[in-house]
Design a protein around this ligand. Structure first.
Ligand code: ASP
Length: 432
């Protein structure tokens, strides 16, 4: 059986097991499923462990092989403009469908208040985290690491990207034998990481089962009823963005058949869904872009780590729906001007959100504050917290799909052929 099918099967089994335990309230079964969750968490740690060495090695080799700083500047500016535009489209789409479908109109006041009361504690914790968010100037300054080792230790990808690119650019200027030695070393690190990814992916089906079963077993299905319309609107928006927006972009800008493309990137999509983390999925995203989509290392190693950090279309779209939902539920009319502010702040907030679970709900607080909904923040966040994990899974898949779409578009704009080239990893070779 193909790895993808195995992962999908264990995902379905996980959903069924979790659902049975939850629906029939089988206490011991729920406890067992919750008890095996650490298998999934351990796996997430295992794959996340590769992120830093892979990003540094791959980006360094990529920067040196580009050889030309102007080309790097060109790719960089194209990527950032592309990311901002697609994120803004996602927010507009989220606002449009929320205006039409009015997800907030179906919840009565009593449900609203009891939901808000149930999750008040958790909402307060998110508010405290949001209050600790640095200012825009600080965010920009933090992109320059004072100590690259610390940036690596804290998995601060943006700072690591900045350091690695400057280091790579400088490396192109030193004497050839020394330059080649450094490049050969990092190329070796890069390839070793790929072998590790293959090993870790073999364990993915078990991890996916453990993660999903526990989430479903603990999920409050009663909650889903009262938040059904909101959840459906978020999911609908995400599906529309993934199929229509990315489909059109893939066809027009990358010359690819969207269906073939989506088939090739199923693994990272499933892993993003199961882990709710773009960062944890990054190693698989990078491997898939190069081997299944045919994006060059130079483009993939730059566009994808940057994307995992700053490009979150799914998160931005969800924030747009969440803002509209919260406003509607408290009976506040958001003007066109307010909604334009949402386009701007949700786009920027998704840049600020880290690629980790629930990051989007924290930056949502910034968006709500920006349109003067400050007094409804705590209640509003408490309202939607209950279904957030499930929506996080779907939006993370969209975030990763967006990054991969970008890598194809940028690669094509640089004249790359985009032919999949499965690499024969050293694992498959005979020793010696
Ligand atoms: N979990 C998302 C990601 O890692 C971020 C979020 O929307 O919370 O891409």
């Amino acid at each position: 059986m193909q790895l993808y099918n195995k992962i999908l099967l264990s995902l379905l089994l996980g959903v069924v097991a979790g659902f049975v335990a939850n629906f029939f309230e089988i206490g011991w079964f729920i406890s067992v499923l919750v008890a095996i969750q650490p298998i999934g968490t351990g796996w997430i740690r295992l794959i996340t462990m590769i992120v830093v060495p892979l990003v540094v090695a791959s980006l360094l080799v990529g920067t040196v092989s580009l050889g030309d700083l102007r080309k790097l500047g060109r790719i960089g500016s194209k990527t950032i403009v592309y990311y901002m535009c697609t994120t803004a489209i996602a927010v507009v789409l989220g606002l449009l469908i929320s205006n039409v479908l009015k997800p907030g109109s179906g919840v009565d006041q009593a449900t609203r208040d009891s939901l808000a009361a149930d999750f008040a504690g958790q909402a307060e914790a998110s508010m405290t985290m949001a209050a600790e968010k640095p200012s825009t100037v600080e965010i920009l300054l933090n992109m320059i690491p004072t100590n690259p080792v610390q940036a690596a230790a804290e998995m601060d990808l943006l700072a690591l990207i900045v350091f690695t690119i400057i280091f790579g650019a400088a490396l192109t200027l030193i004497e050839t034998p020394k330059k080649e030695a450094v490049v050969a070393f990092f190329d070796g690190v890069n390839q070793t990481c790929m072998v590790m990814i293959d090993w870790i992916m073999k364990l993915a089906p078990y991890a996916v089962f453990a993660l999903i079963a526990a989430i479903v077993a603990e999920f409050g299905f009663e909650l889903l009823q009262s938040l059904l319309m909101y959840s459906l609107v978020v999911v609908l928006g995400l599906l529309l963005h993934a199929t229509l927006t990315y489909g059109t972009i893939l066809r027009v800008l990358a010359g690819l058949n969207p269906i073939t493309f989506f088939k090739r990137i199923r693994n990272p999509q499933l892993i993003a869904f199961s882990t709710s983390s773009s960062n944890a999925t990054l190693p698989i995203t990078m491997e898939t872009a190069e081997e299944e989509v045919g994006v060059s290392n130079e483009v993939a190693s730059f566009v994808l780590p940057l994307g995992a950090t700053i490009n979150m279309d799914g998160t931005a779209l969800y924030q747009a729906v969440a803002v509209m939902f919260i406003a509607q539920i408290y009976g506040i009319d958001l003007t066109i001007a307010d909604q334009l502010v949402v386009v701007l702040t949700a786009t920027l907030a998704s840049v600020g959100a880290a690629g980790v679970p629930s990051a989007g709900i924290i930056t949502l607080i910034i968006v709500l504050n920006s349109i003067g909904l400050g007094e409804f923040v705590q209640g509003g966040i408490a309202l939607i917290l209950g279904v957030d994990r499930i929506l996080d899974m779907i939006r993370t898949s969209v975030n990763v799909t967006g990054d991969l779409t970008a890598s194809a578009v940028i690669a094509r704009s640089e004249g790359e052929a985009l032919v999949p080239r499965p690499v024969d990893h050293p694992v498959a070779m005979s020793p010696g």
